[in-house]
Design a protein around this ligand. Structure first.
Ligand SMILES: Cc1cc2nc3c(=O)[nH]c(=O)nc-3n(C[C@H](O)[C@H](O)[C@H](O)COP(=O)(O)OP(=O)(O)OC[C@H]3O[C@@H](n4cnc5c(N)ncnc54)[C@H](O)[C@@H]3O)c2cc1C
Length: 337
């Protein structure tokens, strides 16, 4: 039997995001562990992809189903879900895997509801048992526990993965994927119950820390109030969101919704910069799944350095001003080019 698995193509204005390659790698793992012949179908919605979609073949994708047209320019959950549900009517994949983002946290449950599928969100693993058990594992209690969710329904199984657990593979030497282009059906869009009236862009600094790709976090070592301004400056220069440790929230330098940790939020950004943070267990529980971790601390023995990809031993008030200046200069050069 052939096992067909769909993956969602995550992209930003046509630039395919790394998590898509991570999903392809995860799918190859599932197929080979099950020891079956399998195919990977990537589902892409959008126009003007920067890299040709057929190149997804380098990551093991066999086929790309590419929905395009005017309606593909902007995400509309109700519409996208209707299109996908209609397409899946003709096929019966084993699973549909997505990285858990703002968009798929909305889209996944919509598709599952329309098609009556089982769904597990924010998973960190998917296991196929000997007796055809399909189990998705996901963290609970801020990562202190994990729960095993058994699907008690037939396929397709819909799973969204925490982005940080998806390992990004190097491109292989696979064949080009076959691309099937589909014009998005206008008739579905006419029956929608909701429509987007306006899109208002938030300043990156105001983004919910759980949703941000870049987080700049400050701790007691940065200092209160005016001294904490440097964290806001770095976040603005990087287009990141500001977060902090509990002492910073206790000082009321940041509101509670910006606290990372056991009694705060869990963040999984692409990049987190920890400034003047010791790395207490209660803090790291909320950020250790971040993809790239940087820390700046005057104490070379600080626990935070155990979690970092790049550590800088130094005073934040000496290190950050030169970093911010450099980022601003680079931004100005880019804007002039
Ligand atoms: C039940 C419970 C739940 C908790 N939940 C949370 C939680 O959700 N989130 C959380 O954050 N904490 C939580 N805590 C508190 C936690 O135990 C730590 O006390 C807290 O994380 C420490 O914050 P910090 O790293 O900012 O401060 P500190 O531990 O005081 O560390 C400050 C660091 O800054 C460095 N430093 C000082 N000056 C500079 C400088 N100029 N430049 C560079 N580095 C400098 C120091 O070397 C030090 O490592 C919880 C505690 C308990 C008991």
């Amino acid at each position: 039997m052939t096992m067909d698995i769909y993956i969602w193509v995550h992209h930003r204005e046509g630039l395919i995001e790394d998590v898509t390659f991570g999903l392809a790698a995860e799918t190859s793992r599932i197929i080979s562990e099950k020891g079956e012949i399998g195919t990977i179908t990537a589902i892409a919605v959008g126009n003007n992809f920067v890299d040709p979609l057929r190149h997804l073949g380098l990551y093991g994708v066999n086929r790309v189903v590419h929905f395009k047209g005017r309606e593909a320019d902007r995400y509309q959950g109700e519409y996208y879900a209707a299109i996908l549900a209609e397409f899946m009517q003709q096929e019966n994949p084993f699973a549909f895997l997505m990285a858990h983002t703002d968009e798929t946290a909305d889209l996944g449950p919509r598709v599952a509801a329309l098609k009556g599928l089982g769904i597990v969100t924010r998973a960190i693993d998917l296991k196929l048992g000997l007796h055809d058990d399909v189990v998705a594992i996901r963290p609970i209690a801020n990562g202190h526990l994990s729960e095993e969710m058994y699907f008690q329904c037939p396929p397709p199984y819909l799973v969204t993965y925490l982005p940080a657990v998806l390992n990004i593979p190097e491109p292989g030497s696979g064949k080009d994927a076959v691309v099937m282009e589909i014009e998005m059906a206008k008739q579905v869009s006419q029956n929608l119950k909701t429509k987007i009236v306006e899109v208002i862009e938030a300043s990156p600094e105001d983004l919910d820390i759980e949703e941000a790709d870049i987080v700049v976090a400050g701790g007691r070592g940065v200092g209160k109030d005016g001294r904490f301004e440097i964290i806001h400056e770095l976040a603005a220069a990087l287009g990141g969101s500001v977060a902090g440790t509990r002492p910073v929230v206790d000082w009321q330098t940041l509101p509670y919704e910006r606290q990372v940790g056991q009694t705060g939020k869990t963040v999984t950004p692409q990049l987190i910069i920890n400034c003047g943070i010791s790395g207490a267990n209660e803090y790291t529980a909320g950020m250790e799944k971040s993809r790239n971790v940087v820390a700046i601390n005057i104490d070379p023995k600080a626990r935070i350095f155990r979690f970092t990809d790049l550590g800088v031993v130094g005073d934040v008030h000496k290190v950050l001003p030169s970093l911010i200046e450099r980022l601003k200069k680079e931004k100005a050069v880019k804007e002039r080019a």
